[in-house]
Design a protein around this ligand. Structure first.
Ligand code: PEP
Length: 257
């Protein structure tokens, strides 16, 4: 059975103390509500700012099923890239995941599918899990191009992987028009795209690989609407932005599976 995941993307929010406090609250919640005893047995990932990774990972030490992740990485192992963070550094801080291709990075930092493919490559090389984001902007949806856009993002970013490599990937479908806007995709819209992505994976690899691929929904998912979104058969959890910054909301979402 494929893995269910609830992930929080803190973006550029929270001081170190605030981040540690949030992680401690999630740790206490998980201690009292072991993830393997929740119906969906979800894993939890907290994508913190890179500078918080070490302390937050230590804070979550021995919290079964909860891992940390970085929001970005560089394509190269090391060198003269002032201000950048390598996958080796992320790994040495104890993180298990790296987010790749969040729409904010695609739009604000000009990250192309080709660059993202390089990031996926180096993340896998270091045995970390890439969480690969894809999503269409509103104009593309309105013009009926949404499936073509997602297909291109997935084909160029991921479909050069061998089947074995692909089984290590997590996908997050995040319609850009829903991110941080308070406008959520309807459960039907989310299910439709998730089923489409799964079909693409089946056509490229095989039915078993498609069945085992974790596909998360992201975009104004919150404590109120998570249950309805996660109830869809091809939605395997969520990538949560704003609502991951408050322990109470994030923990409610974790329980929505
Ligand atoms: C995100 O940043 O990945 C995200 C889904 O944000 P929000 O939940 O705030 O829309």
């Amino acid at each position: 059975m494929r893995k269910k995941i609830v992930a929080g993307n803190w973006k550029m929010n929270l001081t170190l103390d605030e981040g540690v406090k949030l992680a401690s609250e999630v740790r206490e919640f998980v201690k009292n509500n072991p993830l393997e005893q929740l119906p969906g047995k979800p894993g939890v990932v907290m994508f913190t700012p890179a500078i918080h990774l070490d302390r937050v990972t230590q804070t979550l030490h021995n919290t079964k099923g909860v891992q940390t992740g970085a929001q970005n990485c560089h394509t190269q192992e090391k060198g003269a890239f002032t201000g950048e963070v390598s996958v080796g550094m992320i790994r040495s801080a104890g993180a298990g995941y790296v987010l790749v291709g969040h729409s904010e990075r695609r739009a604000q930092f000009d990250e192309t599918n080709e660059v993202l493919a390089e990031k996926v490559n180096i993340i896998l090389k270091h045995n970390l899990t890439p969480m690969y984001c894809c999503g269409e902007v509103l104009e593309e949806r309105d013009e009926g191009k949404l499936f073509d856009v997602i297909k291109e993002q997935i084909e160029k970013g991921l479909f050069w992987l061998s089947k074995e490599e692909f089984t290590k990937i997590v996908i997050a479908y995040e319609p850009v028009w829903a991110i941080g806007t308070g406008v959520t995709a309807s459960p039907e819209q989310a299910q439709e795209m998730h089923a489409y992505i799964r079909q693409l994976v089946e056509e490229k690899y095989d039915a078993e690989t498609a069945e085992n691929t974790t596909i998360l929904y992201g975009g104004s998912c919150n404590a109120k609407n998570a249950k309805e979104l996660f109830a869809n058969k091809d939605v395997d959890g969520g990538l949560i932005g704003g609502a991951s910054l408050k322990a109470e909301d994030f923990c409610t979402i974790i329980q929505s599976y």
